[in-house]
Unconditional design. Structure first.
Length: 162
């Protein structure tokens, strides 16, 4: 005990007084050692508490980081979904435009076809009317010729009578 007491130096006036009062008494040294042990124990407990607090802080930070990463992954997933939806919409729009283009083309073709049919009908009608006029003209011509012939016969018969 004396050897450990030799190396200890008082750090405050209070310690100095206590040191002087218990110097070289076995009971005093024992009390001093007990007090020092208590102080060391308190120090160790404080250090342990600080260490635990540091661990808790680290754990909080880790959880915070994990939460942040989780949110970020969620955002990224949502971003990907959004871009995929946009791409899908774009594809649908292009498909629709293509279809509308085809529909317009078909419609145009139908109109052309209808125009061709109408033209054919008009031409057929014109030809029919032309044939009808030609037939009527020929009929008139025949009638006129017949009448002329009849007139000639009549005039001939009249002339023969005379």
């Amino acid at each position: 005990m004396k050897s450990s007491a030799k190396h200890w130096k008082p750090t405050s006036a209070k310690d100095e007084r206590e040191w002087e009062s218990v110097l070289f008494t076995a009971v005093g040294l024992t009390k001093l050692n007990i007090r020092r042990e208590k102080e060391r124990k308190k120090k160790r407990e404080k250090e342990r508490d600080r260490e635990k607090e540091r661990e808790r802080q680290k754990e909080r930070e880790r959880k915070k980081k994990e939460e942040k990463e989780k949110r970020e992954r969620g955002r990224e997933r949502n971003r990907k979904r959004k871009t995929e939806r946009e791409r899908e919409k774009e594809r649908e729009r292009e498909k629709k435009e293509k279809k509308e283009g085809r529909d317009r083309k078909k419609e145009k073709e139908k109109k052309k076809e209808k125009g061709r049919r109408d033209t054919k009908k008009r031409e057929k009608k014109k030809r029919k009317e032309e044939k009808e006029r030609e037939r009527e003209r020929k009929e008139k011509e025949r009638k006129r010729k017949r009448k002329k012939q009849e007139d000639e016969k009549i005039t001939e018969s009249k002339s023969k009578r005379k």
